[in-house]
Design a protein around this ligand. Structure first.
Ligand code: DQA
Length: 148
């Protein structure tokens, strides 16, 4: 069985209490549970992580690259949080590993502040989704199945 690696960046550990009008009331543990259900439906093993550190996210993308080379990766779903709008390092890591990655945002970043309209992730991503709330994670995992 292939692994679906779900990576969450800064402040996503605060889901549930963080700006609930924007991100909803479900916690990161709730998101992990819905990802577990979605992965079981697709026959994927779930690997679900969160870090507030840019370098840790880069390291995890490198790890995904090694898994992909070994034929064990279904793909990566990345919610890079604010690093989406700032991180050339994440862009380079995705490009450098050649992993199949879906960029995900809980909110519709394009309907928010102008500084959220630019993404360094999008040019390196296979697909982009935004604005479906936390249910977007399940949709992205279904999307990974379509990319196999
Ligand atoms: C986010 C959108 C980003 O602009 C923001 O910095 C986040 C969360 C989202 O899931 O909607 O931390 O990626």
């Amino acid at each position: 069985m292939k692994t679906a690696l779900i990576l969450n960046g800064p402040n996503l550990n605060l889901l549930g209490t963080r700006e609930p009008a924007v991100y909803g009331i479900q916690t990161l543990a709730d998101v992990q549970a819905l990802c577990q259900t979605a992965c079981a439906a697709q026959g994927f093993v779930l690997d679900f992580r969160q870090s507030n550190s840019e370098g840790t996210l880069v390291d995890w993308i490198h790890e995904a690259g090694r898994l992909q080379a070994a034929g064990q990766l279904a793909g990566v779903v990345l919610n890079a949080g604010a690093y989406t709008h700032t991180s050339v390092a994440l862009h380079d890591a995705i490009k450098g590993t050649g992993i199949s990655l879906i960029e995900l945002h809980i909110s519709n970043v394009h309907a928010r502040e102008a500084f959220r309209h630019h993404s360094f992730i999008s040019p390196a991503a296979k697909a982009v989704m935004a604005g479906f709330g936390v249910q977007g994670y399940a949709l992205a995992i279904a999307g990974l199945a379509g990319l196999q």
